[in-house]
Write a protein that binds this ligand. Sequence first.
Ligand code: PMP
Length: 373
Amino acid sequence: MIYFDNSATTKVASSVLEEMLPYLKEEYGNPSSKFYSLAVNAQNAVKLARKRLATLLGCDDDEIIFTSGATESNNMVIKGVANTYSEQGNHIITSQTEHPSVLETCQYLESKGWKVTYLGVDQFGRINIQDLENAIKKNKPILVSIIWGNNEVGSLNEIEKIASICREHQVFFHTDATQVCGKISINLKELPGIRFLSMSGHKIHGPKGVGVCFIRKQLANVKTKLTPLLHGGSQEDGYRSGTLAVHNIVGLGKAAELANENLDRNIEKLMFLEQKLTKILKDRFGDHIQLNHDNKKKIPGILSVRFVRKNNEVLIKKLAPYIALSTGSACSSGKPSHVLQAMGKSLEEIRQTVRISLSPENTLEELEIFNRL
Ligand code: PMP
């Protein structure tokens, strides 16, 4: 089976699994316990993972909060800001091409009386910076939440500009960076406008069920206040209660270390594979394919391809015994893609679109097999 659905999830790297296993077997201590070695070993393992994540993101260790994944991180920030800062305003700005965990959280808040602006996007799925600035001036929001890199078409928003506009207007800025962490270079110290960021373990060859919410400190030692989703044992500085999933956190830490160490090599490999695949598709299908994604300013390895006059589900089912592909996001299967709709695609174009998402683990041989199918 050739796996070309790496935006949905990735295979756990073998060195990640190896580091996780002891924490499912002999090292089963609870990091919140004290004094005895099992507890101390678990604490140290979590500490190392936190350091590895902070290195990947370019932030301080105590700005890393472990969660169950990006869905939770997105909910935590949006509902948390809404709950904590409601006296300062009731408006949120986001975009039409967010992941459902942002969109549906915003819709939930709308049902509770919040006002939400969903910014439109261009033909490649990027928001317009001027539109954002106008919306901020008009609505005085307390939170802006904009996806960094899109999970269906790979387009990168101009996060540096967005972050600095939000900073200038003193608005909290959150970005869902699930698809970009470990795939492009990120240095949060150089992007002070980003107050919150979400990421997930299973998109970078780490385990499922673990992620990070980055919460920037206001000053050197002053934490940003955020009402938690989960109350209880006050783990993770009270931001996220619940016994830490040490094995998963260890796995995420190792995956972050691997992504960081191999970043340049991985980007080069993905760009090489993407160029080869584009050539294969163009040579074979000519005008019968169209690329929905932009070649520039995108996450390497994510392709959104329209196969003219082919139904995407029929095509994917036919290829399913040999190759794993998807129509778009795995999280909204069945519904026509809201991302492609926002990009101005017709329902017909959407029903002919297939997402191909590569990993550095993929090979040239796999592309050649794909070409022969
Ligand atoms: N945001 C984006 C952009 C995603 O691609 C995903 C995963 N499909 C999520 C959030 C949710 O991540 P998780 O599976 O860790 O909850």
